[in-house]
Design a protein around this ligand. Structure first.
Ligand code: FHN
Length: 447
């Protein structure tokens, strides 16, 4: 009875604080809160947990091609009692938080989003609310999230947490319509939400201070927009600087990831495995895999090329979005070399051309032929990013350089001769040489 009274008191508290809290934030306040995230543009997604042990194969049978490794518990309908035995095998002895953060930083990434708890319910931190976590259930007994937090703080990288609302392990979180893993007739969603989901999120926010909470698994019928709105208010009450994605509520329109309606809960849209066709009126971040799976699969070698990954980043930045690019570390704590190689290639490109990506905004036209455009925050410069070596004069029509100005080739630092075109654009030739990598940027002063 006492616990119920306390829960009702909490519920009343959340209700009272909610509307007031939302009413307080002015657009300028939200701009200030989102500023670092909008400037960051490029982040690392990490899907890591017990599913890295089977790595896409269960009882000797691989998942069908294209199926995602972190869903193996559901794909193979593995009973909870069977799946949770993996915890006793999870001993990632090669895990090195500083090395992981250093790789992300070398890639030119400004933030890391790691799965604190994926759908399988296993927690990668020392949770006081659960024993199904890295400290109590595994031989590793180290607080992975705390080690990453310390490494990120030291490196100036923002640490963010993915957290699944759907939970295939907790007996009260049964979603009989979609994901009946325990056939628990006594499943009590409100009890899971109030006595497990929220307390775990409170631990994460008050102990690890993540910059972003990246929710997922919100599509189950037990979760409602109202619950999402209320949770958003509660979490913002814990930390008003938090940024929270739109999967905290029900606003996500399928894989397009953008809000179906204006006041859906959450601060940014989450297109998945796709790039928007154009710019958008709301903040958005495209999350993508490097191969076909989020969680590690030992048999998935369908890696995107570094060129494709770099052009994805350019395309997204030109449309005013962020790129959250995923890696799936192995059960031993190592990151697949194919992922590392691509991250280093992206970092090398950004070391030369990052000025055209970070803290930029979209230009009045984001693409002309195979050339993308961004603009610097002051609006004084436009960056033309040519994703194909032209092999001759380049003519661009949707940017008019300031009269008599110098346009600069970022890869060489050289200014390039140019001439105005009758249409108000410009014509120029890039310096010869194919040593300039995937895409070359020309910085153009504009009025
Ligand atoms: O079901 C998850 C999936 O495992 C993965 O975490 C992706 C990443 O955005 N989100 C869900 C599918 O939309």
């Amino acid at each position: 009875m006492k616990k119920q009274l306390y829960s009702s008191f909490l519920a009343l508290l959340f209700l009272l604080s909610g509307p007031a809290l939302q009413a307080q934030e002015q657009p300028s306040d939200k701009d200030a809160r989102m500023a670092w995230w909008r400037d960051a543009t490029f982040g690392l997604f990490i899907h890591w947990g017990l599913y890295a042990i089977p790595a896409g194969t269960w009882n000797g049978e691989p998942l069908p091609e294209g199926r995602i490794g972190e869903w193996i518990m559901h794909e193979r309908n593995i009973p909870v009692a069977e799946y949770e035995k993996l915890a006793a095998q999870f001993n990632p002895v090669y895990f090195d938080a500083e090395q992981w953060v250093s790789i992300a930083k070398s890639a030119g990434m400004k933030y890391i989003v790691i799965t604190s708890k994926h759908h399988d319910g296993f927690s990668l931190w020392d949770s006081k609310v659960s024993d199904y976590d890295i400290m109590d259930a595994s031989p590793f007994k180290r607080d992975i999230l705390m080690e990453l937090k310390q490494a990120c703080d030291a490196a100036g990288i923002k640490l963010c947490f993915y957290h699944s609302i759907m939970d295939w392990h907790h007996p009260d979180a049964e979603s009989p319509k979609d994901y009946a893993h325990q056939n628990n007739p006594d499943a009590n969603w409100a009890r899971y939400r109030e006595e497990y989901l929220k307390p775990q999120l409170t631990e994460l926010v008050t102990r690890y201070h993540p910059a972003v909470l990246w929710f997922d698994g919100e599509w189950i019928p037990e979760w409602t927009e109202e619950q999402g709105q209320e949770l958003y208010r509660y979490l913002m009450g814990l930390d008003p600087n938090l940024i929270i994605n739109n999967r905290i509520g029900k606003g996500r329109k399928g894989m397009s990831g953008m809000n179906e309606y204006e006041d859906a809960a959450g601060d940014f849209g989450t297109p998945e495995q796709e790039i928007l066709e154009s710019t958008a009126t709301m903040d958005w971040e495209s999350c993508m895999t490097m191969n076909d799976t989020w969680g590690f699969r030992r048999d998935d070698f369908n890696w995107k090329s570094s060129e494709t990954l770099i052009e994805n980043l350019i395309d997204i930045a030109a449309k005013g979005g962020n790129y959250l690019l995923n890696i799936g570390p192995m059960a031993n704590g190592k990151i697949p070399q194919a992922s590392i190689d691509r991250l280093y290639d992206m970092g090398a490109w950004l070391a030369v051309n990052g000025e055209a990506i970070y803290a930029t905004k979209s230009w009045k036209c984001f693409k002309e032929g195979s050339t993308y455009f961004t603009a610097d925050a002051t609006g004084k410069y436009v960056y033309a990013i040519l994703t194909e070596a032209p092999g001759g004069p380049v003519t661009l029509s949707c940017v008019t350089p300031s009269k008599g100005s110098q346009i600069v080739h970022l890869a060489t630092g050289e200014s390039i001769a140019w001439e105005a075109t009758p249409e108000g654009g410009l014509r120029f030739e890039l310096p010869r040489g194919d040593a300039f990598g995937v895409a070359q940027t020309v910085k153009i002063p504009v009025d």
